[in-house]
Design a binder for this molecule. Structure first.
Ligand code: ARG
Length: 464
């Protein structure tokens, strides 16, 4: 008897003889983490109630009671007065039970023509839409900061690397703009994912739709969705829209992590290319001289959990038969964790970047060393009609000669140059200056200052 009474508390109580075991309640609840969806849950339920009344499925006065009740529950939650109960499993059942308690029979009509399966899909979509828009805005601010830095350091030369070996002089702004291009593609990836996030699943019910005359397009319009989903089974089964969000997030974090890694290297005594602001570094509890790039390290480190969240949801989904399975409750924590990590990272990154001092003096010395303009000698010879492979060979021999004699391309006498090629004249000394090397670049997208300016112009047009 006692058990029966307790079981009746659940919306499915009618069918059950026994009360849910406490251990099961603990194990299956999601209210501890999905309560943060409450605003979206109420927004969705309000639109649903309006539609039910418009379609004559519930009365206008019942809809009004529901909407008012939901609004009141919303302010209770907002002010921290609402008590979520584990027994009621998730945010959907907590809010519905509170509504029924508050307004009685009218509240019991809200769940007409919907199920928690489409409700949870709706809430996640609304949540992800808001997060995706917010993240898009933050990436935009990051791009703007990078462009400001590129403009501030206009003309500064640094060594460009391949294989982490000095390769050719490039403009610092070109290097910075490489990241701006990556982040712009990240912004576009989120904007593209948003197209598939912003579809209404509600009205799919448990999996098969409903015999009641609902108007899904109206709900979509009320909630600002671009369209309704086409297949009720698909609508409650898939989380690919969330996986797209997690994938875009992983790629973005990979870009952030690479930039963080470079800043860590650049701020080391070995490089001295960058000075991180004191406010964005920490000290050591034992070594008084230390200034550690912890923010950058944590950005690099947090990339791991964002990748993990993607793999977690991919793995959760991979063996699920259609349609909804409870496994899918495991989608929320990785999604929330990724959105939170991204938001926090994207807030702090531009702030830190705008305060970094780039040591252009150190960079420019380094840019001219290690035979970094050897490619310019090869291209100089090509311009005089020498085949590139031959020019490459000649230049390689010149470098070898310098290494053997202990000279540099700048200090090697003209007479020695002549022994390698009759085409080399005095103007070679000008041609191998790092700033001349950079300004000699004419190809589209190259490291010349005209090209970098054009990149900045084009990107500003795209994102403003
Ligand atoms: N808490 C559930 C989740 O997060 C909501 C959907 C539950 N549906 C069900 N039929 N048990 O996925």
């Amino acid at each position: 008897m006692k058990n029966n009474k307790k079981a009746a508390k659940k919306p499915w109580g009618g069918r059950f003889k026994e009360k849910t075991a406490d251990s099961v309640e603990k194990y299956t609840e999601s209210i501890s983490f999905d309560q943060r969806l409450w605003k979206y849950d109420i927004e969705g339920s309000t639109a649903h109630a309006k539609m039910l009344a418009k379609q004559g499925i519930i009365s206008k006065s019942d809809a009004e009671k529901i909407i008012k009740g939901l609004r009141e529950i919303g302010s209770e939650i907002d002010s921290g007065k609402f008590r979520f109960s584990e027994e009621l499993e998730d945010v959907h059942m907590n809010i519905e039970a509170a509504l029924i308690k508050r307004i009685g029979t009218a509240g019991a009509k809200l769940h007409t023509a919907r199920s928690r399966n489409d409700q949870v899909a709706l809430d996640i979509r609304l949540y992800l839409r808001a997060e995706t828009e917010r993240i898009g805005g933050l990436i935009k601010s990051l791009g703007l900061v990078l462009m400001d830095i590129a403009e501030k350091y206009e003309g500064a030369i640094m060594p460009g690397y391949t294989h982490m070996q000095r390769a050719q002089p490039v403009l610092l702004s070109h290097h910075i703009m490489a990241y701006a291009q990556m982040f712009e593609r990240d912004r576009q990836r989120f904007a593209d994912a948003l197209k598939r996030i912003n579809m209404l699943p509600l009205g799919s019910c448990a999996l098969a739709g409903t015999s009641l005359p609902i108007d899904r397009a109206y709900v979509a319009e009320l909630l600002g969705f671009d369209d309704v989903t086409e297949n009720s089974i698909d609508s409650v089964s898939d989380r690919d829209f969330a996986l797209e969000f997690l994938s875009a997030a992983s790629i973005l974090m990979m870009h952030i992590s690479r930039m963080a890694e470079e800043l860590i290297l650049w701020s080391s005594e070995e490089f001295l290319f960058a000075v991180l602001p004191d406010a964005f570094t920490t000290g050591s509890s034992i070594m008084p001289q230390k200034k550690n790039p912890d923010v950058c390290e944590l950005m690099r480190g947090k990339t791991g959990r964002v990748y993990g969240n993607l793999i977690s949801l991919l793995t959760t989904m991979k063996g699920l038969p259609l349609a909804y399975n409870r496994d899918m409750q495991e989608d929320k924590e990785p999604i929330f964790d990724t959105a939170d990590t991204l938001r926090e990272t994207l807030k702090i990154l531009p702030e830190m970047l705008s305060r970094i001092e780039f040591r252009t003096d150190v960079m420019s010395v380094s840019a001219g060393a290690a035979f970094s303009t050897a490619t310019d000698i090869a291209e100089y010879l090509v311009q005089k009609g020498v085949a590139f492979r031959t020019a490459h060979e000649i230049t390689g021999k010149i470098v070898r000669h310098c290494i053997d004699k202990g000279c540099t391309l700048e200090t090697m006498p003209m007479a020695s140059y002549k022994t390698f090629s009759k085409y080399i004249d005095k103007d070679i000394y000008e041609r191998i200056k790092p700033e001349v090397s950079v300004s000699a670049k004419v190809s589209y997208g190259s490291s010349s200052s005209a090209s970098v300016k054009e990149q900045i112009r084009n990107l500003r047009k795209k994102i403003i």
